[in-house]
Structures are given as C-alpha cells and as structure tokens.
Design a protein around this ligand. Structure first.
Ligand SMILES: Cc1cc2nc3c(=O)[nH]c(=O)nc-3n(C[C@H](O)[C@H](O)[C@H](O)COP(=O)(O)OP(=O)(O)OC[C@H]3O[C@@H](n4cnc5c(N)ncnc54)[C@H](O)[C@@H]3O)c2cc1C
Length: 466
C-alpha cells in the first residue's frame, strides 16, 4: 500500500536548505549554471523550472521528492532531453545526468543501469564482455527513458523491446519511498513502467537482460530517389519473407545542404534500405541478395559490423539540435500510401522534412508480454523528423505534418508509438498509445502511485477518477 505523504519536519522552505541535505547539486534560476542546466538535447524545448536538482544517488532523489511535495511543486525528470513531453516550467526538475553507474554481470548476462546513463555507455561496457543491450538507433539516447516508452532497436525483432527485457527497476514513488519493482515486487507498477513512460514513478536504475551479439550484418543500401516507389514496393514484398533475426527499415532521406556533409550527400535525397541481421554473416549476405540481384544500389555499405559500431547504421545526430518528430503506425504500405509518403518528402514540393522512416516491427515485439506497451500487432512504424529554425518554422512544420498524417489517414491504424512522439502531440495522442484496457489500467496505477499528478511531465496519463 502506498504511504500517504506527510510533510517531513526537516524541510524548510528554501532551496539552500535542500542543498544542505544533498550530495548532489541544487541549481536555482539566479545561479549562473541555470541556463545550461535547463537545456534539453532537443533545443526546441525552452523550459523554466522553479529549481533543478542534479542527484548523486537514490537518497538524493528521495530528498528532492520530499522537498517538492512539501513545497507543493510538481516534478519533472530529464536524462538527456531527447523525448520531452512537456517543458518543466515551474517544476522541480530532476536531472539524472550524474546517476552514471553501469555494472555488467557477464555470467548472468545482465546490466545494472542507473537513470542518467546513455545507451552508448552500456553498449561499450557490455560489448567488452561479448554482450549487447537492446539499444535503439542512437547511443546518445538515455537507456531508462527509452525503455520506459518501450524501446525498439536493431535487435528488436529477435529479442523484443527493451521494456520486455527489464528484470527490475529501482524507483522513488511520489510519497518519497524507494521501491523495488519487478514481476514479484510491486508487480502492478512493473507492468505500467514497461511502456507506460515516466509519469508513474522516478526510476533511479534498472537491471536489464543482455544478449550474446558482437557482430551484425548491417548497414544501408542507398538507391536514387527517382527509384523510391519501386524500392518501397520491393521492400513491402520482402517483409513477409524475412526472419526475426533481421530488423530493417526503409528511409527517405533529404540530406541537408550544409558544408559538414560529404559532397556526394550534401543537399541530395536518397531512398535507403537499412537494417541489422543478427546471425551468421553468410546468412545476412544471402538475405541481401534480394536487393543486390534486383537493382545495384548507388551505395552499398551493408557488411559484417562490430556491434560496438551499431550507431553507424542510422548515423543519428549526436549534437543537440532543434527538431520535431512525429509518428504513426501504418496499416499497410499500399501503392497509394507510398505515393503520399514520397510526395510529402520531396523538397521540390516544399517538404520541410529531413526524413521519413518506416521500421519493421513484429517478430519478438509481437509476442504477448505483461506490459503496458500494447500495440504489439502493429508491424510498420512511420516516423518523420524535421529541423526547426524558428518558432514560425516550428508552427509550419507542425501544420505540414498534421496535413501529411491526414492524407495518410486511410492507411494508418489510428495507434501511435509513444517514444516517437513529443510535446503537445504526445500529450494529445496518449490514448492512442495503448489498447483501451491498458490505458484504463495506467490511469488506475496513476491514481494509486501518483494521485496528485505530481509527475505531470512524463506521458500524459491522468489519475483515474479525476
Ligand atoms: C536521435 C533519436 C533517436 C531515437 N531512436 C529511437 C529508437 O531507435 N527506438 C526508440 O524506441 N526510440 C528512439 N528514440 C526516442 C527515444 O527513445 C525517446 O525520445 C526517449 O523518451 C528518450 O529518452 P531520454 O531519457 O534520452 O530523454 P528525456 O527527454 O530525458 O526523457 C524522456 C522521457 O522519459 C522520462 N524519463 C527519463 N528518465 C526518467 C526516469 N529516470 N524516471 C522517470 N521518467 C524518466 C522523462 O520525464 C521524459 O518524459 C529516439 C530519439 C531520438 C531523438
């Protein structure tokens, strides 16, 4: 039973008193570190928290929660700021960036990962032991935030979502208590945290499963943009034939006309087949024959890739940038849907989008699991991303994406993948992130674990009955 929160007697009303209770750091608005600390990786996020706490331990998180409760503050949590749902305005923002513990147990094939750790760090340490975590396309994303939303990566069809591979979480609930959450301890919360996002509790660390993967057959085939329709249709025919060892996507990419780009990519558009095969390299090569014997790609960099270099498959940007991401599950890649996709990505048509990617889910992701993540039968995840240059361009991008999704409506399932949404769209689409009964159950968990909606900056789940 969750304890009722009572104001601890040691709490005064000042941030400096909180600082005296912490091993970590308190940063208030008149501190010169404030403007740097309030940044998110996505530079489009402009947030003005009432104060920022950078904890060094779970004990610090407990102090911060108790302080916030006694001061009537809501609590936001940020690891990297890759997936902001709501700016942390007026809140106590807990920045987990100093919670950097990672311990690999090679025997048990598990990793203990603290809340501020990025996937790249887990990957490097696990690979040194011949093991792999289920990271996504970017090693710069936070392992915990990614996992709370589900977590679909290049080993996903073989081993499932990251959320499916958590042994336990350590959390602080909004009553200021440290709890262990697993299939046998606080099991209702364990169900909710696996896909339900970060608005049920503050995760201080998690133990995850690792897999014996050191090499994949992975990379990209670049085809000329003029071949986009043929390539995407050919991709559609390929998917029912591929094994779970292959996780892949088809991408339309408009490379920006910036000096940092190599000549052959700068300002150019391509359609790309991208993926990773986890299994014998020869079998990966044999699978790729489907493409190589069909049409010779302009660039073919599929090869035996040390999994330490998994980031090279998507080559996601690492430096902070202002961008907008949106997403939807496609019902099918019909000829009409493909035409709409291509038309809306053409720079010549005024498209402000940098890329669109259709990822192939299914395989182990489709297998039933006791998790809040519930769109398991969805097979084709569409994600679009555009850069933001000004508030006006942000508005224009939002309008463009809304119109694009409207045009695609007949080919969408109506459900969304929460990890690929952000900002107001994430808040508005929350019910479509889950099966109706799963969403209902999440609202009941919210009523039990955070009845006052103190954690109002994670996924927008409202407490049942409010
Ligand atoms: C370049 C890029 C590549 C990506 N690739 C993939 C991919 O391949 N597959 C995929 O599934 N997703 C992918 N994503 C989406 C990503 O998983 C989400 O944006 C995720 O929420 C990022 O987590 P974070 O902790 O890095 O970001 P943050 O913005 O810091 O946190 C994201 C959310 O998680 C909550 N949160 C973070 N830490 C905690 C905690 N300790 N306790 C409670 N709540 C917490 C935050 O409050 C926030 O709501 C990608 C995103 C980007 C920008």
């Amino acid at each position: 039973m969750l304890q009722t929160f009572t104001k601890p007697s040691f709490i005064g009303d000042s941030w400096s008193f909180l600082q005296s209770r912490l091993q970590g750091t308190v940063i208030v608005p008149d501190d010169q570190r404030y403007d740097q600390a309030r940044l998110a990786w996505n530079l489009a996020v402009n947030q003005q928290p009432a104060g920022i706490v950078v904890p060094k331990s779970a004990a610090d998180v407990i102090e911060a929660v108790r302080f916030a409760r006694s001061e009537g503050l809501s609590i936001a949590v940020q690891a990297t700021g890759h997936g902001n749902v709501r700016p942390a305005d007026g809140s106590l923002l807990i920045l987990t960036s100093d919670l950097q513990g990672v311990e690999i147990d090679a025997q048990a094939q598990t990793a203990w990962v603290e809340a501020g750790v990025k996937w790249g760090v887990v990957l490097a340490k696990a690979q040194a032991a011949g093991l792999a975590p289920l990271l996504g396309s970017s090693p710069d994303v936070g392992a915990v935030g990614y996992t709370l939303g589900g977590g679909m990566g290049w080993l996903g069809r073989k081993y499932g979502l990251s959320a499916d591979n958590v042994n336990y979480f350590e959390v602080v609930t909004t009553d200021g208590q440290l709890r262990r959450v697993s299939a046998t301890e606080n099991s209702d919360l364990f169900w909710g945290l696996r896909g339900g996002g970060g608005s049920l509790a503050i995760v201080t660390g998690m133990e995850i499963k690792l897999y014996p993967v050191t090499t994949v057959y992975g990379g990209n085939l670049f085809y000329s943009i003029e071949q986009a329709k043929a390539v995407i249709s050919h991709y559609r025919e390929w998917l029912p034939t591929v094994p779970d060892e292959l996780t892949s996507s088809v991408v339309i990419m408009n490379f920006p006309p910036i000096p940092e780009m190599p000549d052959f990519l700068r300002g150019q558009s391509f359609v790309m087949i991208r993926g990773a095969y986890t299994g014998p390299v020869e079998q990966g090569e044999a699978l790729l024959e489907y493409w190589r014997t069909w049409q010779k790609p302009v660039i073919d960099d599929f090869k035996a890739l040390p999994f330490t270099q998994a980031a090279a498959i998507s080559n996601d940007p690492v430096e902070p940038m202002a961008a907008m991401s949106s997403s939807a599950w496609l019902r099918e890649l019909s000829d009409e849907a493909i035409d709409i996709l291509i038309d809306h990505l053409k720079p010549a048509n005024g498209s402000p989008l940098a890329f669109a990617e259709v990822r192939h889910a299914g395989g182990a992701i489709a297998r039933p699991q006791a998790t809040a993540y519930s769109n398991r039968d969805a097979q084709l995840s569409l994600q679009v991303v555009g850069a933001i240059f000004s508030p006006e361009s942000h508005q224009a991008l939002k309008g463009y994406v809304a119109q694009f999704k409207q045009a695609l409506q007949p080919y969408l399932t109506g459900q969304v993948y929460m990890n690929f949404l952000e900002g107001t769209e994430s808040q508005e689409q929350i019910r479509n992130g889950y099966a109706p009964e799963a969403y209902e159950r999440l609202t009941q968990l919210k009523a039990k674990y955070d009845p006052d909606n103190v954690l109002a900056y994670g996924f927008n789940i409202q407490p049942a009955g409010k």
